[in-house]
Each structure stands twice: as structure tokens, then as C-alpha cells.
Design a protein around this ligand. Structure first.
Ligand code: COI
Length: 356
């Protein structure tokens, strides 16, 4: 197969494309992947041999540490195309910083910035047909790192693989979500890995979330592990509460993911003159606000989920249905974000990153 060399990256192009088999109007999140993937290995103490190749299965020894100890971190990003065919990323520098923050916590070596950006941009240019224009369309990008060293002693690996795979995406949640406030299980604890995009943080939510789903709630809003009195995040998204005209969201700490959409919403709120308090949010105050009618909205913010409205919440056996609010903040932030992402409005904070 013909190999091309960019400044740093070897490219092996796929001979055929799967794109004509894809129904872009009916995508389920994360099921279909583009024609190529980016791969770079850490061996002999350095990241080397960055390569783009056809999307394909991996051959990894069963003793690789990722399978035994979950030494793995990831990121979630999106690429957008405007009506002129220009491609944009949204605040990718934040994802680059965060994957290395997550990596450091899991004793994974830092990934070089030039490989991260050149790998991603080259991959996106190669698979550009997979990015469809139009608000609501995007290409979800999943950079991740796994420990590949074949050794099962419980210590950090000496070999890793960094990869980027991409999947065309529409909405993550197709409708407002019903959530349960956590009373027993916890997602993260002080001094733990809650702030990191560690693979295991997500796996650990699957069982409690499946119990919630049996009760008719799609997601859990996690509370602090020690008292279960303060609302923290939803696992796939950070969470915002609108009480009266004011927004409230939990502060970042070592239990909560430092969400890029979260910090963008906080900035947009400031731009729009909406008061946003970043402070601990108690279950008690949210239930009291729901009872006295001042709780107007709850919504989640995340890369995959964008902005997702919460239609009801449950706590201690009480179910609260959220009111339907006209001109709600959730729709306002969703539209503002998407318009910036799709090059339809002014980008006053320099969040768009064009792929040239
Ligand atoms: C993202 O929003 O990018 C995430 O990583 C959440 C994931 C569970 C889809």
C-alpha cells in the first residue's frame, strides 16, 4: 500500500470508503467510524511512529495492562463544517491540556502537542467528507490512550498507544432526560480520579445507571461521595440549575470533570448578562426550589450531549416534573454554542479553530 510522509506522519490511505453505506440522517451515537484512524506508540521512553491508517481492529496481547488495570484515558471533541465547506474544531487546546492532565493522574506519559494537532488535522482532512454541514451535524472525535505493555504486574506500563478515531454524530440524547439524584452510589471521591477522563470513571457508572434506567430515569446526577447532599455532575455532562433567572453550577474540584462546554456556558452567560453562580448546590435547595416554583430549568452541558434538558428528577422517592419554559436558557445556550461552532456567529473569544 502506498505510504505518504507528511512532516511527521506516515499516511496509509484506505483503498475504499464506507461512506456510501452510512445513513447520515439516522445515526446512533458512536456506532459508525470514518475510513481512517491515527495511531502513535510510546516505546523506549518516547512517543514515536505517528501514523494514519485505514480504520481497523488492533492486535494487542491479552496481557496488556489496559485490560487488567484500566490504565486508559480519553477525550471527546467535535469537528464542524460550515456551508462553505470550512472545517472547525471548538477549543481543541482545552482537550489537549485535559488529556494530559488525565494522563498524568494515571501515570501515562504526556503526549506531544505537535503530534496531537498534526495527527488530528491530517486525519480530519483525509476524512473531511464525513463531516456534514448544517447545525446539528458534527464529527465526534475520540482521542484516547491505552497501556499496551504485555505485563500484568500492577504498575504503570512502559508501552502505550495513542489513537484518534472519528464518528459522525447528531444528538446524543434525542429527548429531554429524566434523572435520579444519587443517594447510595458515588462516581468519584476526594483525591480520586473524578476530574480525569479515565475510562474506568465511565464503566463504574454503568451498573448504577442501569438500575436508574429500570426505574425510568436515563441518567444519574452524582452527589458528593461523603454526604450525598451536594449535586456534582451527570457523568456524561456537567449540570446547571436555573433558579428564578439565575444559573447555578458546581465548582470544579478533583471529583468533577472540567468540562469545556461547561466553561463555555459560564462565559456565554456572562456575555448574555445572565447571572451564574459557581458554588456548591445542595439537593435540599433544589428540592425546595422545585416545591416553591422557583426552579425553572435543569440542563446538562457536554461535548457529546451539547446542552440537554432535564425533564424530571427523583430523590428519596419524590419525583419532580420540570415545567416547560418558553425562551428557556437551555435552548438559548445550545443555539449560541452551535452557531459559534458552525461559523454562523461572531467568535469573540477565539474558540473556533479552523482546519486549513
Ligand atoms: C463527551 O461528551 O465527549 C464524553 O466524553 C461523554 C461520553 C460519555 C460520550
Amino acid at each position: 500500500m502506498a505510504e505518504i510522509q507528511t512532516k511527521k506522519i506516515t499516511i496509509e490511505k484506505s483503498q475504499t470508503s464506507k461512506i456510501n453505506d452510512v445513513d447520515f440522517e439516522n445515526l446512533m451515537f458512536g456506532r459508525v467510524f470514518t475510513d481512517h484512524m491515527f495511531v502513535c506508540d510510546f516505546e523506549d521512553g518516547k512517543w514515536q511512529n505517528p501514523k494514519i491508517m485505514p480504520y481497523q481492529p488492533l492486535t494487542i496481547e491479552p496481557s496488556a495492562r489496559v485490560f487488567h488495570y484500566g490504565q486508559a484515558v480519553f477525550e471527546g471533541m467535535k469537528a464542524y463544517k460550515d456551508e462553505n465547506g470550512q472545517i472547525f474544531l471548538f477549543r481543541p487546546d482545552e482537550n489537549y491540556k485535559r488529556i494530559n492532565k488525565s494522563a498524568a493522574r494515571l501515570a501515562i506519559p504526556e503526549f506531544p502537542e505537535s503530534y496531537f494537532f498534526e495527527g488530528m488535522e491530517t486525519l480530519l482532512k483525509l476524512d473531511r467528507e464525513w463531516i456534514k454541514p448544517g447545525v446539528g451535524n458534527s464529527l465526534y472525535i475520540r482521542p484516547f490512550v491505552i497501556a499496551t505493555e504485555p505485563a500484568i504486574s500492577a504498575s504503570p506500563a512502559e508501552a502505550y498507544r495513542f489513537m484518534i478515531i472519528c464518528s459522525p454524530a447528531k444528538a446524543y440524547y434525542n429527548a429531554p432526560v429524566r434523572v435520579l439524584f444519587a443517594e447510595k452510589f458515588s462516581r468519584s471521591a476526594d483525591g480520586g480520579v473524578g476530574f480525569a477522563k479515565a475510562a474506568g470513571n465511565y464503566a463504574a457508572q454503568f451498573y448504577p445507571t442501569s438500575l436508574a434506567q429500570k426505574k425510568g430515569f436515563q441518567q444519574i446526577i452524582w452527589t458528593d461521595a461523603s454526604t450525598h447532599e451536594y449535586l456534582e455532575e451527570a457523568g456524561t455532562m456537567n449540570i446547571f440549575f436555573r433558579v428564578g433567572d439565575k444559573l447555578i453550577t458546581a465548582p470544579n474540584n478533583d471529583r468533577i470533570l472540567d468540562g469545556v462546554t461547561r466553561k463555555s456556558v459560564i462565559q456565554l452567560a456572562e456575555d448574555l448578562g445572565i447571572e451564574c453562580e459557581v458554588r456548591r448546590v445542595s439537593v435540599k435547595e433544589i428540592k425546595a426550589a422545585a416545591k416553591n416554583g422557583s426552579l425553572k430549568e435543569i440542563f446538562g452541558a457536554g461535548t457529546a450531549a451539547v446542552i440537554s434538558q432535564v425533564s424530571a428528577f427523583e430523590h428519596a422517592g419524590e419525583v419532580f416534573e420540570m415545567p416547560e419554559i418558553e425562551n428557556n436558557y437551555a435552548s438559548l445556550f445550545k443555539k449560541s454554542l452551535m452557531h459559534i461552532q458552525h461559523n454562523l456567529s461572531e467568535d469573540k473569544h477565539g474558540w473556533r479553530h479552523e482546519i486549513k
